[in-house]
Design a protein around this ligand. Structure first.
Ligand code: PLP
Length: 385
């Protein structure tokens, strides 16, 4: 049997067996609707409230500030659309995002700017994909409602200076939203120390189930709910709660915190070996993103003269599941907007490779990858024309 190695943990992760065990009873024995008053409902409600406490403890916020959602995309949409709707009445018609945001921030930002006639500023980034806090300071206006900047980038792994950005927004009295979907599995968010009114996280990036997330809405944040209905989640997100998913998310987040240091050390060791090996063995390879201020599991490169659409299936055939990190629009490969914003040419951006490691990967797998990569890149280069 051919070996199969999963190197795409920024796309998604397998559910941890302990997470699955915690979730399982809530599918059948304890299947109640937490809004029901009978014993079935009470059991489900108790599980959700316990999960809410756990999440709040790990994130450093109050339980009533934890709003369970249907994942990172929903949390991001709810944050952006919810604040802009709430503040339009106060004549706040301007908002700011960075050029390297995930599509689940950029698309709703562009959509709301168009539909509501709001002014959108897209902040530039440097060659590592970082926002300059001074650029944010200069972009703020009297009528700025919201700033949305991610904690860690999914394509290049770069960490943003979130604390500085948060303090600038707080001083200016502007609501700050942070997409922490990639950061939360690895970094302590310490919301008790950093003033961030809105934070998005997603369970499936941290060995939890797909389709469940959190939007932290700190007390007093102006917010119109995206989903109106039965008034669940303090009226901020209606809909019957995904009880097994919520229990899974809280378990996954708690494990991520408990095992943070061990996972971090393991990932950094593998990642550093991977980066060193790729730069050493593949002619012309360049690391994308920041060399130090980056996610512990994340290695990303560009290979000149290579088309990722050719390279990735070749690597897959060799048993290595990686990605390019760039979005594919209905089968038409577009060069990554993130790499273009960082100053790469469309040709360079087409040759992007993202390797994102997980807690179960081994040094042996990294070495096996390094053994095959130079030849695969050379063949892909020949086939890319
Ligand atoms: C930075 C970032 N934000 C948001 C999302 C979307 O999260 P979800 O898949 O839970 O909708 C992702 C997932 O790819 C992501 O990497």
């Amino acid at each position: 049997m051919t070996r199969r190695v999963y190197f795409d943990h920024s796309a998604t992760t397998p559910v941890d067996a302990r997470v699955l065990a915690a979730m399982t009873p809530y599918h059948r024995e304890r299947f109640g609707n937490p809004a029901s008053l009978h014993v079935y409902g009470q059991e489900a409600d108790a599980a959700v409230e316990e999960a809410r406490q756990q999440v709040a403890r790990v994130l450093g916020c109050q339980p009533q500030e934890v709003v369970f959602t249907g994942g990172g995309t929903e949390s991001n949409n709810a944050a952006i659309k919810g604040v802009l709707l709430a503040l339009m009445r106060r004549e706040k018609r301007h908002f700011i995002v960075s050029a390297v945001e995930h599509p689940s921030v950029l698309a709703p930002a562009r959509q709301w700017a168009r539909l509501l006639g709001l002014d959108l500023t897209v902040l530039p980034v440097d060659g590592y994909g970082r926002v300059d806090p001074d650029d944010l300071r200069r972009a703020l206006r009297k009528d700025t409602a919201l700033v949305s900047i991610m904690w860690a980038n999914n394509e290049v792994g770069t960490l943003q200076p979130v604390r500085d950005l948060a303090e600038i927004c707080q001083e200016a009295g502007v609501i700050f939203h942070v997409d922490a979907v990639q950061a939360a599995p690895h970094l302590p968010l310490e919301l008790d120390r950093i003033p961030i009114p809105l934070v998005s996280i997603s369970a499936h990036k941290m060995y939890g189930p797909k389709g469940v997330g959190v939007l932290v809405v700190r007390g007093g944040t102006p917010f119109e709910p995206l989903l109106a209905g039965g008034g669940q989640e303090y009226g901020l997100r209606s809909g019957t709660l995904n009880v097994p998913g919520i229990v899974g998310l809280a378990t996954a987040l708690t494990l991520a915190q408990e095992e943070r240091e061990a996972r971090w050390d393991h990932l950094v060791r593998l990642r550093n070996r991977l980066i060193e090996g790729v730069l050493d063995r593949v002619p012309g390879a360049r690391l994308t993103g920041h060399p130090v201020d980056r996610l512990p599991h994340h290695a990303s490169f560009v290979f000149p003269g290579v088309d990722a659409q050719v390279l990735l299936p070749m690597l897959d055939l060799m048993g290595f599941a990686c990605s390019s990190g760039s979005a594919c629009k209905v089968g038409v490969p577009e060069p990554s907007e993130v790499l273009l914003a960082m100053g790469y040419s469309p040709e360079e951006a087409r040759g992007a490779l993202r390797v994102t490691l997980g807690k179960e990967n081994t040094l042996g797998e990294v070495e096996a990858f390094l053994d095959v990569l130079p030849d695969v890149v050379a063949r892909a280069r020949g086939a890319s024309g």
